[in-house]
Design a protein around this ligand. Sequence first.
Ligand SMILES: Cc1cc2nc3c(=O)[nH]c(=O)nc-3n(C[C@H](O)[C@H](O)[C@H](O)COP(=O)(O)OP(=O)(O)OC[C@H]3O[C@@H](n4cnc5c(N)ncnc54)[C@H](O)[C@@H]3O)c2cc1C
Length: 456
Amino acid sequence: MISRRMFIGGSAALAGSSLMARAAEPAGQAFSTVATDSIEEAPRRIPVVQTCDVCVLGGSCTGVFAAVRAAQLGAKVALVEKQNAFGGVAASALVNIWHKLDSNLQKKPIIGGLTKQVIDRLMAIDAAAKSTRSPGFIINTDELKIELDKLVMDNRITPYLHTFYTAAQAENGTIKAVIIENKSGRQALRAKVFIDATGDGDLARDAGIPFTIRDGNQPPTTCAEISGMPDSLAGLIDAHRQEFNLAKDAGWHAAIPGTEVARLYAMTHVFNVNAADANQLSAAEIEGRRQVRAYMDIARKYGGKKSKPCLLDIGSSIGIRETRSFQARYTLTEEDVLSCRRFPDAIANGTYHVDVHDPKTGVFKFKEPRGDFYQIPLSTMVNDKVRNLVLAGRAISADRGAFGAVRVMVNLNQTGEAAGVTAALAASQDKAVPAVDAQAVRDHLSKLGAIIIPAS
Ligand SMILES: Cc1cc2nc3c(=O)[nH]c(=O)nc-3n(C[C@H](O)[C@H](O)[C@H](O)COP(=O)(O)OP(=O)(O)OC[C@H]3O[C@@H](n4cnc5c(N)ncnc54)[C@H](O)[C@@H]3O)c2cc1C
């Protein structure tokens, strides 16, 4: 029986078995609430609905690609996603730009694997196209959801959609099971190895991996697909922001492949929010949607006769850029990125520049890498505290500047593939994750189609 005393809630819980309340999330300046009361939950038996080799929490491309690679190495895999579809920020916040796959100077392919495969498949049905504004791709994010479904089913991964990871059970630095909640109630999944691809690092937080919430986290944005907007929208927002209660801010918009009718708008930010805090997140969702209505109203009032904005889709989640920053074996630094440092345990390559959205003004602050491409080492995804946990996606360890660069999808997708391989090797070799040979991970990734640069 799983007793409440065995649930983990902080670093001390892994060493002993005492019940620890989850650490309160640091509050933003707005929207903070404090619990004034508590109730005791009675112990109860929870059905174990699956025992598998690898359990992936979070089903963005990071999580799906992790699950696929683990399955391709023979692991039995479960994939848990709280939304109704896979795709993470792309699917539920509508973000539709994937950056280039070639290096800056030599223009050589440096990103392949499942990212390239998915782009090729979407291009074949006109659901992705080369961007005309920047080197990279625009994608139809609803078509992406269907492509990811196919990857999951073709690779015999057990999908748990509409399913929230809520807690973990651990013993002596090993996660034994995770608790999930869905329409069927509270259930447990056992696995040999767990991958945290939740973006916020919900399992890593519960497992006691040290984290901070950076002062001045990058603010989130509510994205929307809108038709009939005037070309001059950004200038109109700037001119009339006070009347519509919009703070000084910056944004962007992008084409959607195959249609001239609508564009994807990411025009505002919600400031002073810790999006890993439930109350602040609720308030941010409402404020984000208010802002979309506000700039549409600006277009209606000041956009001229041709401007007839029509809201076609609004993200089912506000787009979250940054929440908890975890500490792993190695923390990637801004200088590693800017100097294009090479790592012997590199599992990903990238070119996207350091791009930190100012926490007060939303202005994008760019710094360009000084070389051909930078790398992400496996050591940013593993920790010596928990033997069977791999960090992937936004939860990898990076300082503010490095995070500003690695956070884009073509980079994080590769961390997913590496997490899947690492977890499958740990499970099949009965090894702790930190003991998995990084070169073996690189060799497997290479065989599976990833572009792995030989260590010099
Ligand atoms: C507005 C905005 C614009 C951006 N623009 C770009 C861009 O143009 N190009 C680009 O490449 N990147 C862009 N980014 C950055 C990029 O989209 C994200 O950094 C990246 O998608 C994060 O990937 P991830 O897999 O770590 O997390 P996510 O995509 O957030 O995926 C995490 C998944 O885990 C699920 N999940 C979370 N908690 C739980 C739980 N407890 N139980 C079950 N499931 C859970 C979520 O539903 C989600 O599907 C942008 C980000 C934002 C917010």
